[in-house]
Design a binder for this molecule. Sequence first.
Ligand code: NAP
Length: 270
Amino acid sequence: MSGSSLTVTAGPWTVITGASAGLGADFARQLAVQGRPLILAARRQERLEALAAELEEATGVATVVVAVDLATRQGPAELFERATADGRQVDMLVNNAGFGAVGAHLSTERERHLQMLDLNVTALTDLTHRFATHMVAHGLPSHVVNIASIASFQPIPNLAAYAASKSYVRDYSEGLAYELRSTNVAVTCVHPGGTLTEFSAVAGMELTAASEATMMRSEDVVRIALRGVRRRRVHVVTGWMNRLLGWSVAWSPRVVSAHVSGWIMGRLRT
Ligand SMILES: NC(=O)c1ccc[n+]([C@@H]2O[C@H](COP(=O)([O-])OP(=O)(O)OC[C@H]3O[C@@H](n4cnc5c(N)ncnc54)[C@H](OP(=O)(O)O)[C@@H]3O)[C@@H](O)[C@H]2O)c1
């Protein structure tokens, strides 16, 4: 746990999963500038501690670091307990931790797919259930922010289980947003497209210079996402190219979308 006598601890806390890299680290940077005390979670403790020190130095916000493997059965429970210890009230959960298992389904280790579903689906659901219950109980205006993907829009050959995990996040968030519409808890589901983070390296994807050139910067994706959160949008698709893609998929037969995305995935090197 970090913190000093000069840090800002007033007000409720924000929990960010997957804060050690990419989008999660940028959510932390932009929310710290808003003066929000932060609970930063991921497996790599040193990365989280370095980020916590950077944010405390730059903004004076208090931070708590929780090194946890969320793909385990006890991981989400441990994060919830540590986040709400000492009477802390959490009014924002950013369910961002996730990864993609890329490649032909049968040639990718079964265990890899299962770990991905444990993180992208089970941990996200477990954390949402725990924190949304806590938020309804304390009654402060609160927000659950779930990071899905434009992969949620259609079936994607060679990324089949990942795309399906993100479709789950999309539909789950939308259903929950409706259920909670007359409570103090808003739900926003964010759909980034290709974004320059560690995601491709973790997925084992080799990006060409041309595909990198079409990807967005992580800080821009987070800025758009947080604007949607402020406006209490249920879905936020980041960037006009991704919105165009979402629109074209919505108007295409699913079999056509599957063929097109299969062709695009076939051009990527894994
Ligand atoms: N980048 C893209 O192109 C893109 C596009 C659409 C959607 N997304 C989604 O955006 C989210 C963030 O991804 P990113 O692009 O920022 O990727 P990233 O740079 O690889 O960051 C992923 C984060 O998740 C954490 N994480 C991974 N496994 C974990 C585990 N078992 N327990 C706890 N934390 C874990 C990682 O930290 P540790 O390794 O330290 O645990 C890291 O902080 C993901 O949900 C991803 O699916 C990304």
